[in-house]
Ligand binder design. Structure first.
Ligand code: NAD
Length: 350
């Protein structure tokens, strides 16, 4: 064995109610000034922060948009004096957490995050900011949340389709974790473990056990985000970011609609041991067929066309993806990516 591994300094509270965890970790004896980033449904939390003896609500910023428009960042930065703010508290999906990250990049303030979806953003040092429809993505330790609170009650309220596509977003991080290069045994095993949790979640969901499904998916999301932070992502992740960030598609639905086609595309280039691990989850000759059938049976949209992408956009999307520099098992030239995107657009697997 020969590998490099970096672990990241985050504290995780899993399973406790949000307010209980906040109470536990709030420094006592001084007022911590909190800039809250959360949608309107978190107004109760804003009131709780305001009333807390050791916290002071500086502002509740509730305008959340996907892919973090730069205009929103500029607007938030102008609202308060961040020099005297102690904490960015983000409670929401990847969009709210993404805005906190963009603010941390400018202000160097600490983030505490409590996710309300399974996007995994809370566990990563990755940020993305969109300017005039073009998204820039980077890594910086300053955007890595210091404390992450996984309260299952926050994700339990997700509508079924958002829950399913968001869980599949987490699955996508874990799938890419098996063939990311360079890799290491810790992140690899963590990706396998996360995939098991997502699978348990799908099964519970299919049986109508939504509470159990939610907890399994939340655990899978945590492991998916951690994997995303520890390993470089490959074609699936890059393609989803181009299609979401530059072509306006919904993040989790795009991950869902792309994943079977990308796994199938990579299949012939994967080491036998990796294929065996995928086959332990989907025993079909090509694991992607099992994945496709599973997602289809859960009622998920599996074509880019159904997400609103136009056929005319495919050559440009393929050009943008193939122009990116990243390590991937299968070739990433324009022609191959265009063919792959065409299959994903039309929604057929072979
Ligand atoms: P999102 O945050 O936009 O949320 C999706 C939808 O779910 C929204 O309409 C939101 O209002 C709703 N929602 C969220 N929580 C809810 C709840 N508990 N109950 C009811 N509705 C709820 O979407 P997302 O998929 O969580 O995040 C996508 C964004 O995050 C994208 O911009 C993506 O690029 C980014 N992201 C970043 C990373 C990273 O590591 N930096 C990782 C994953 C995703």
């Amino acid at each position: 064995m020969k590998f490099d591994y970096q672990s990241f300094p985050t504290k995780v509270s899993f399973g406790s109610p949000l307010l209980e965890a906040l109470e536990k970790y709030t420094p006592q004896g001084r007022k911590s000034r909190v800039f809250l980033i959360a949608g309107k449904r978190q107004q109760g939390l804003a009131a709780w922060v305001q009333a807390h003896p050791d916290l002071e609500l500086v502002y509740h910023f509730d305008q959340i948009a996907q892919h973090v428009p730069k205009t929103l960042v500029t607007e938030a930065l102008a609202l308060v004096d961040f020099a005297t703010t102690d904490l960015l508290l983000a409670v929401g999906g990847g969009s709210a957490i993404g805005l906190a990250k963009a603010l941390a990049l400018e202000t160097k303030k600490l983030i505490w995050a409590a996710p309300t979806t399974y996007s995994g953003s809370e566990m990563t040092n990755i940020y993305g900011i969109s300017t005039e429809g073009k998204k820039t993505v980077g890594r910086d330790e300053v955007v890595l949340p210091q404390l992450i609170i996984y309260d299952p009650a926050l994700t339990q309220s997700l509508p079924a389709t958002i829950a399913l596509t968001s869980a599949t977003n987490a699955l996508a991080h874990l799938v890419e974790g098996l063939y990311a290069q360079p890799n290491n045994p810790l992140s690899y095993q963590q990706a396998l473990m996360g995939m098991q949790h997502i699978q348990l979640g799908y099964r519970s969901f299919a049986k109508g056990e939504t509470q159990e499904a939610n907890e399994q998916w939340l655990m899978g999301a945590y492991l998916g985000g951690k994997t995303l932070c520890e390993l470089p992502m490959a074609l699936h992740h890059k393609a989803a970011h181009v299609l979401g960030g530059n072509f306006g598609l919904d993040h989790a639905r795009t991950h869902t609609a792309l994943l079977p086609y990308i796994l199938d595309y990579q299949w012939d280039y994967l080491p036998e041991l990796v294929r065996q691990d995928f086959n332990a989850v989907w025993p079909e000759t090509r694991a992607a067929q099992g994945l496709w059938q599973q997602l289809q049976s859960l009622g998920l949209a599996l074509s880019l066309q159904s997400l609103g992408l136009t056929a005319e956009a495919l050559p440009e999307a393929a050009a943008q993806i193939s122009a990116l520099a990243f390590v991937n098992p299968a070739p990433t030239d324009h022609k191959a990516i265009y063919q792959l995107l065409t299959r994903a657009y039309e929604g057929y697997l072979s």
